[in-house]
Design a protein around this ligand. Structure first.
Ligand SMILES: Cc1ncc(COP(=O)(O)O)c(C=O)c1O
Length: 398
């Protein structure tokens, strides 16, 4: 059979990142590759209690078809979380989605035609790149520095691409760099979106996991003219397996999202929504987030100390104040895959930088995750990774 695929289907069967995560899953390999939360902190017992209560008291609704916009009890929980981020809104502005991944997908479907321009941070969340590419996006990458997306580069990009459909950004503890956009740049970004009349898609899965510095307002809270669509998720503060996320936007847009979600999956799992709402009613989520934050901070400190101690001279890294990732830049290395190969020879996995870039890659970069590795294993992994980097750097000098 010759399959007559649509243009949205990837032409090639190579799944570089999938392959990396597969080898990283080998028990022999110490993986700094994935982006997984620490499973030992999942509140299993509390979720069990919540699930029992939901089945006892609301079993019929929880197992029935439900509203495409989401279970009202969960939307109320979401409104409370949004308030913490300075977004004071109401239930008409919120739709529950099947993880923020679905919010990204529906946004791509809604705004991108073949050849539409999407502006992204270079580097950015690679699965968002895959989604937007499947809808035919043409990427314009904007440089970053330690303060996030550079606004001078963004304005140049907007001037050169007046038909831009979306600016996609992860302003806080970005994936893959761990960097955070400053307040001044947040204000400027919203101002530029208004000036050039372009939508911003703000993706904020990591913002609550902060151990240093001050909380910064969401772009959405600075937006007075409906130029920002905001996406949140339970994945990093609660449990990714429940697949619960949300979109916050102008009710006119939420109506469109809801119609498009109906076509995609009718609605997000009702049982998961009720269980999450019950969990939030009975437990202090801020306490839980504090426990996650404390553990990730400990792991990040161990990783950064080891990186500073063992990595060769000239190698630099980001300094996250929260979140789950460290971004490493190795000078003089043209192909980041070589870093991956050399690390894997020593049974350590990282994600090479290339797939995170919308257009031009910065060579010699890679992402490290610290949230998923026990404290007593991190230093040994970093030591082996340091040897791998030395080998690749020495090779480059020949
Ligand atoms: C930046 C970013 N956006 C979205 C997602 C998807 O998250 P969810 O589990 O909510 O679909 C991730 C997952 O790692 C992410 O890093």
């Amino acid at each position: 059979m010759t399959y007559k695929f649509s243009k949205r289907v990837p032409q090639s069967d190579t799944d570089a990142v999938g392959d990396i995560l597969k080898v990283a899953g080998d028990p022999k390999v110490m993986s700094f590759a994935g982006g997984l939360p620490a499973p030992e902190l999942f509140p299993v017992e509390q979720v069990k209690k919540a699930a029992d209560k939901v089945l006892d008291e609301k079993g019929q609704s929880a197992l029935q078809y439900g509203s495409s916009q989401g279970v009202p009890e969960l939307r109320d929980v979401i409104l409370k979380r949004l308030k913490v981020e300075g977004i004071d809104t109401d239930t008409d502005h919120v739709m529950v989605a099947t993880g923020s991944q679905q919010s990204i997908d529906l946004t791509g479907k809604m705004f991108i035609d073949e050849g539409s321009t999407v502006i992204v941070e270079d580097p950015t969340y690679l699965t968002a790149i895959d989604v937007f590419r499947s809808y035919g996006a043409r990427f314009v990458g904007v440089d970053m520095d330690e303060d996030g997306m550079r606004m001078d580069s963004l304005e140049e990009a907007l001037k050169a691409n007046p038909d831009t459909r979306l600016i996609y950004t992860v302003p806080t503890f970005q994936n893959p760099t761990g960097r955070t956009m400053t307040l001044a740049r947040r204000k400027k970004l919203v101002e530029l979106a208004e000036k050039y009349d372009v939508m911003i898609l703000e993706d904020n899965p990591y913002g609550a996991i902060r151990w240093e510095g001050e909380n910064l307002p969401a772009l959405k809270s600075l937006d007075k003219s409906n130029h920002v669509i905001y996406m949140g998720t339970m994945s990093k503060i609660f449990a990714p397996g429940l697949r619960l996320g949300w979109v916050v936007a102008d009710p006119k847009l939420i109506k469109k999202y809801t119609m498009m979600k109906q076509s995609a999956d009718l609605h997000t799992d009702s049982f998961a929504q009720y269980v999450a709402a019950e969990y939030f009613a009975e437990n202090d989520i801020n306490e839980h987030i504090a426990a996650i934050t404390a553990l990730y901070h400990k792991r990040e400190q161990i990783m950064v100390n080891a990186v500073d101690k063992y990595f060769p001279e000239g190698v630099t890294h980001s300094n996250p104040e929260g979140g789950m990732f460290l971004w490493v830049m190795v000078p003089g290395v043209e192909d980041s895959q070589k870093l991956f190969d050399a690390a894997l020879k020593r049974n350590v996995a990282i994600v090479p930088g290339d797939p995170f870039f919308g257009n031009q890659t910065i060579p010699g970069t890679f992402r490290m995750n610290y949230s998923n590795t026990p404290e007593d294993k991190i230093e040994d992994g970093v030591k082996r990774l340091a040897e791998a980097i030395e080998e690749v750097m020495a090779d480059g000098e020949k």
